[in-house]
Design a protein around this ligand. Structure first.
Ligand SMILES: [Cu+2]
Length: 157
């Protein structure tokens, strides 16, 4: 084997290792942000599909547009718009998990600059296995009913 050939193979191996941190088995779609007036925190919603053979779990998210992003779950048990921080959102193998109004959502706080309707906002999703997934969320008006595929479901607060 020539030295040049060995170098090429080493390069390919390195390229493979470099992408090992990407959550390539989880796909994100229909990501959107409910833009709120002023400095109010904005909800972030997305549909996650796990195409892998192993369960995945969303642990957190980050965005260059917001100083802080938290994973929350709304609860309507009390009839109030209560929400709590959750450590992880499981996505079953070959299954889906939806972040949608009235349920799991990302709480996007302290926007570094005003986010306007129509903006595309980069959001990086972090999974408990250490992998990450870069996605783009579209900023939508506050009165958007649901940008996910849970359409038709009514959420009461
Ligand atoms: Cu919240």
């Amino acid at each position: 084997m020539s030295a040049r050939c060995a170098l090429l193979i080493a390069g390919l191996l390195f390229a493979g290792a470099a992408t090992a941190g990407d959550a390539d088995h989880v796909a994100a779609s229909r990501g959107w942000i409910r833009v709120m007036p002023g400095a109010l925190p904005a909800g972030g919603y997305v549909v996650l599909e796990n195409r892998g053979d192993h369960a995945a779990s969303l642990s957190s998210a980050s965005s260059p547009a917001y100083a802080e992003v938290m994973l929350h779950k709304s609860s309507t048990d009390t009839g109030m718009g209560r929400m709590e921080h959750v450590d992880a959102l499981p996505i079953p193998a070959h299954g889906k998990a939806a972040l949608s109004p009235g349920g799991y959502h990302l709480m996007l706080m302290k926007a570094n600059a005003p986010v306007k309707v129509g903006d595309k906002v980069r959001v990086t999703l972090h999974f408990t296995d250490g992998s990450t997934l870069d996605t783009e969320f579209e900023a939508k008006p506050a009165n958007t009913v649901d940008g996910g595929d849970m359409g038709g479901m009514e959420h009461r607060h």
